[in-house]
Design a protein around this ligand. Structure first.
Ligand SMILES: [Zn+2]
Length: 306
């Protein structure tokens, strides 16, 4: 089977992006795999540091290896999302993750360069790819938080890649982590993205905080006792544009999967007060996540790419 390196090149050449979907349990991972199987899409399955602690390394690897066996024809790549230290990234490399992200974006530039370079040297010696980040995204994602959006500086991006030798770069162009992304109209700074691409021709870039927060889930969560009023995400048309017209090779999705999951559970539990069998609502959640991943892969132009 072709590796992640092949699909990174292929995604830039054929103008699609690979969905990087976060999972925290078997149900989410299964839903993601079912969706990927339906659209025949190479797929990145991500574990954040928080999810890593929640499941522990044996469950993470156990679930991932089980998915590889159950979905033999689908290229599934295990990725560490937002590794905050060399030690965490080293652990993921030693556990044979396919790629790791070192997120030094909240550090001063020189410190970000230093820690990223250290991770790259170690990971490359073990055949593992490294995603780095420059510029800070607004919002909250596990232990990552930032109150102001700082866009990626295109000239600094070039210097950063040259000095660290990272394989891919997460850029900040106006996306934001979490369910409350925009108070007004969602704007992505495609002008900044184009400048980055001029400075780094053909270099694979990553979009974080790119959940679209489908209103059907917001509505359902609120209808069944939740309170996520006003939650809003990125317009999917903008994401498709980023895949087709720019060098975005990977789009992270976490919030939307959580919302699909919790909306399904809330509805079922409220409508079926006598049920005590978790398989009932978890089966529905797997199906909902599957449908969401199919929609996402369409949005990312990632159909029949295997
Ligand atoms: Zn992120």
């Amino acid at each position: 089977m072709k590796g992640l390196k092949y699909y990174i090149k292929d995604s830039l050449k054929n103008h699609y992006a690979i969905g990087a979907y976060n999972f925290v349990n078997m149900e989410m991972l299964k839903g993601i795999c079912e969706g990927a199987k339906e659209t025949n899409s190479p797929t990145i399955v991500s574990v954040s540091e928080g999810a890593f602690k929640y499941m522990d390394e044996n469950f993470v690897l156990g679930l991932y290896n089980s998915a590889l066996k159950s979905y033999k024809d689908i290229p599934l790549f295990l990725h560490l999302d937002h590794g905050k230290s060399f030690e965490m990234c080293k652990k993921a490399v030693d556990l044979k993750f396919k790629s790791v992200m070192i997120d030094g974006s909240s550090l001063p530039f020189e410190e970000n360069v230093a820690v990223t370079k250290k991770v790259v040297d170690y990971a490359h010696a073990h055949g593992v790819l490294v995603e780095a980040e420059l510029g800070v995204l607004k919002g909250v994602e596990d232990e990552v938080s930032a109150s102001e959006n700082i866009y990626t500086n295109p000239l600094k991006a070039k210097e950063f890649v040259e000095r660290t030798n990272c394989d891919t770069l997460a850029v900040a162009i106006g996306t934001s982590h979490g369910a409350y992304k925009f108070s007004g109209e969602a704007k992505l700074r495609f002008d900044i993205l184009s400048e980055i691409e001029k400075n780094l021709p053909n270099f694979p870039l990553v979009l974080h905080g790119a959940s679209s927060v489908p209103q059907k889930y917001v509505e359902k969560i609120n209808r069944y006792g939740g309170d996520v009023k006003g939650a809003k995400g990125v317009d999917e048309k903008l994401l498709t544009k980023a895949c087709k017209e720019h060098n975005i090779y990977k789009i992270n999705t976490d919030t939307d999967l959580r919302m699909a999951y919790i909306a399904t559970l809330r509805e079922y539990i409220k409508e079926n007060p006598t049920n005590i069998d978790s398989r009932k609502f978890n089966s529905l959640a797997i199906e909902e996540i599957k449908q969401l991943v199919i929609e996402k892969n369409r949005c990312f132009n990632n159909i029949n790419r295997i």
